[in-house]
Every structure is written in C-alpha cells, then in structure tokens.
Design a protein around this ligand. Structure first.
Ligand code: NIG
Ligand code: FE
Length: 412
C-alpha cells in the first residue's frame, strides 16, 4: 500500500463471506482507507495505519444487509393477528378490506414526521444487531403523493441514521379502494404517472410488485416491469407466496434482482431463476407468522445453484420482525438452512439481491461496512435467539457502538 491506512482492526477473526463460503482468516487484520476496505489478511502482514483498534480476538463479518423490508409504515395490525388466531385467514381479512389496506389507511393518515417517528425504532432495532444496509419498500400509500411520502421517509432514515437505505417502489402492492373493480386503470396510474414521477425525483432504486390472487395478475405485473425497464430500473417480485402465479419465471425473464417468498415455487420457476441469476429471497418471518406449512423448494434451489438470501420482510401484517439474526435462526430451524447459508443470505447474497457489488463481503475495494461480534464461531449468529452479540459496527469506515443511534434526537 502506498500510504498508511486510516484505521487498522487487528487481533480479529475474519469471516469474509467471499467465494461462497465463510472465507475465514484467523489471527487477522483489516485495514480501512477512505471509507473502503484497503486490505484484509494475516495480522503479521498488516500494513501501517494512522489508528489501530485491537479487537481482542473477536469475530468480524461484513455489515449485515436486510434486503426486503416494509419497515416504513404507520400503525400495527395486532387486531388482525388476533382475528387469525380466532379462525380468520389472511386472505379473508384482505378481501374484507383489512390486511394491506388497513395499513394503507394508517399510512396515508400519518404526517411525514409521524411516519418517521413510528418507523425509526424499528430501524434502530436492526442497527443494534449489525445491519449496515437496508432495503425499504413503499406500497402502503398507493397514490403518487403518499408513495412519495413513504419513499422520502425512507431516504430521510438513510440521512439521519448510520445505514445505507435502498428504496423500492411497490405501488402495485394492493388495489386502492378508489380503484375498486378497475385494477387495470390503477396499473396505468402506476406505470404512467407514479413510477415516472417518483423515479424522476430520484426516489426509486428498484421496482417490485405483489403478483398474487389478492394482488396483481401476471399480465399486470408484466406491465409494471415494462414501465421499470423503460426507465432503466431493476425489478424484483413478491412471487409465489400464497399461490403459483408464474411470478418467479416472469421476474427472471426481466433479468430481475430477486424473487421473494417462493413458498409455492415450481420447478419451472427454479430453472428460470437459475438461468437469469435471480436471487431467491427467503422470508421465514412471514412463513412463521402466517403459520404457513408449504416450504420454499430449497433443495431444488440449491441444486440449481440459485443464491439464497434471508430477510426480515418487516411489515405489520405478515412479519412484524425487527431482528435479522432471528430471521437467520428461523431459516435454519424451520427450513434447515445451514448457518453458513443463513449468513451468506444476510451478507454476500443479500447484497446481490440489491444489485450492490460494493458491499456484502470483506474484500479490498468494498465499502468498509463491518460488524464485530462477541461470538465463539460464525454459526452462533444464527444459533442464539434474542442475543445481542454485536460489539461494534463500522459504516462507511466510521465506527459506532451498536446502540449509538439510540442517542439520536428527532425533531418533534
Ligand atoms: O411481504 N405479501 C405482500 N406484502 C407483504 C405483506 C404486507 C402486509 O400484509 O402488510 C409481505 O408479506
Ligand atoms: Fe414483503
């Protein structure tokens, strides 16, 4: 290296998550310069640095990436959860105007600062466990103004808190009541008015839809993807969650970043995803919370070489989950992911699901987004339920304590 590094983490055990494995380097060091990883390797070979941090033998991984959330929303749906435990089904509740539409009502009614105030504690919970990148979807506004409010709130979170936020426009999440019986007209509105305006304001990193009996059809989803393509935006899809709609093959046809949920995925869908390099985003929180019994076809996905990511799906209806470590544990216990698969799913593969080549592994040139852990071995991250093993987080080369964001005072 030509000049000294800004910061050297030494006496550390690295799980680099590079090349599809843990990529362990014992008795290691990692150097940061200009907010990027400058060097990683054996401690004895470490370059000089302006500042040295002795990690006391702790483990370091890439900062965690939660690649599928609806974390910006107002209100809760605990009453619906209770109704389901008294016998109603998720689809029944949705058809009666509850479900997503009940969160739409609450989110539309919330002023900007109120939406931020309700969303920030959920984000803080993720940050306290080493999350450094977070995807946030719209989809509870369903008008141009209220979708913009959600996406601006997501962007503000990325400005106020030490986390990189990737925004996804999910205007085709549910049919708003003012378009009842006119789903195609609403898709016109999404494609011709909402998406171009929001993209023009720089609020959209990717485009998603809910392709489902209670969402939008295959043909309507295709129109949303065509609109995204015209604007040069990548696509992803809520696919095959409650029924098989051929959504995974559709998003793969558009070279999509990811197909998410996938409990009802067919062999054709698996093959299409493998051909396109589309990531399978697994959402075990929703599976658990809906008491689903059909599992994503994991063995087929593995055999086809489809990368597996794991995310919280944090949302008030199907996955009120603000722990990515618990999502990892659920993926392992409910679906028998290996702890290595779960950790790849929240690092390297989650980065890929967001189309971000600059994060997700500990390799020279990547953003210095790092998490330092008090654990004996990497599997402990998925093993312990409710533990808080994160000791230090580094975001773009800047260290912070896991709970440092708790000091943030929001106006109002
Ligand atoms: O990922 N499936 C659709 N969207 C969310 C649920 C949203 C809700 O019920 O509020 C999901 O599960
Ligand atoms: Fe979701």
């Amino acid at each position: 290296m030509s000049e000294p590094a800004d910061l050297l983490f030494t006496n550390v055990r690295l799980a680099t998550m590079a090349d599809g494995g843990h990529g362990i380097i014992d008795d290691a060091a990692l150097a940061v310069r200009g907010g990027r990883i400058a060097w990683a390797g054996r401690r004895l070979d470490a370059p000089p640095a302006a500042q040295v941090h002795d990690c006391g033998g702790a483990w370091m991984t890439p900062g965690l990436v939660d690649c599928h959330t609806h974390i910006v929303h107002a209100g809760t749906r605990s009453h619906e959860w209770e109704a389901r435990l008294n016998g109603a089904s998720y689809e029944d509740i949705a058809r009666q105007g509850g479900g997503i539409l009940s969160t739409v009502r609450a989110t539309r009614a919330a002023a900007d600062d109120e939406l931020l105030r309700q969303s920030v504690p959920r984000v803080r919970a993720l940050l306290a466990e080493g999350v450094t990148t977070l995807e946030i979807k719209s989809g509870y506004g369903l008008t141009l103004e209220t979708e913009a409010k959600m996406l601006r709130t997501a962007r503000r979170i990325g400005e106020l808190l030490p986390v990189k936020v990737c925004t996804t426009f999910l205007g085709a999440h549910a049919l708003p009541p003012e378009f009842a019986g006119r789903a195609d007209d609403y898709i016109d509105e999404v494609c011709e008015r909402m998406l171009p305006a929001l993209a023009g304001e720089g609020l959209v990193d990717a485009v998603d839809a809910f392709c489902e009996r209670i969402g939008f059809t295959h043909a309507q989803t295709r129109r949303v993807f065509d609109a995204a393509r015209r604007l040069g935006l990548p696509v992803k899809l809520h696919a095959e969650q409650l029924s098989d709609q051929g959504g995974a093959a559709l998003v793969a046809e558009y070279g999509g970043l990811s197909a998410d949920h996938l409990e009802c995925l067919t062999p054709d869908g698996v093959a299409a995803m493998a051909r396109a390099g589309t990531v399978a985003v697994l959402l075990p929180g929703a599976y658990h919370f809906l008491r689903e019994t059909r599992m994503p076809p994991l063995q087929a996905l593995r055999e086809a070489g489809v990368p597996l990511a794991v995310a919280t799906d944090c949302n008030p209806g199907t996955s009120p989950l603000t722990s990515l470590l618990l999502a990892m544990n659920l993926a392992c216990t409910l679906w028998r992911l290996t702890p290595l698969e779960a950790l790849l799913g929240c690092t390297a593969h989650a980065a890929r699901a967001l189309g971000r080549g600059d994060i997700g592994t500990l390799a020279p040139g990547k953003r210095a987004d790092l998490a330092l852990w008090d654990i004996e071995r990497p599997a402990d991250l998925a093993y312990a339920m409710g533990a808080r093993p994160c000791r230090l987080v580094v975001h773009g080369g800047v260290p912070r304590l896991p709970d440092a964001s708790l000091d943030l005072q929001l106006a109002g």
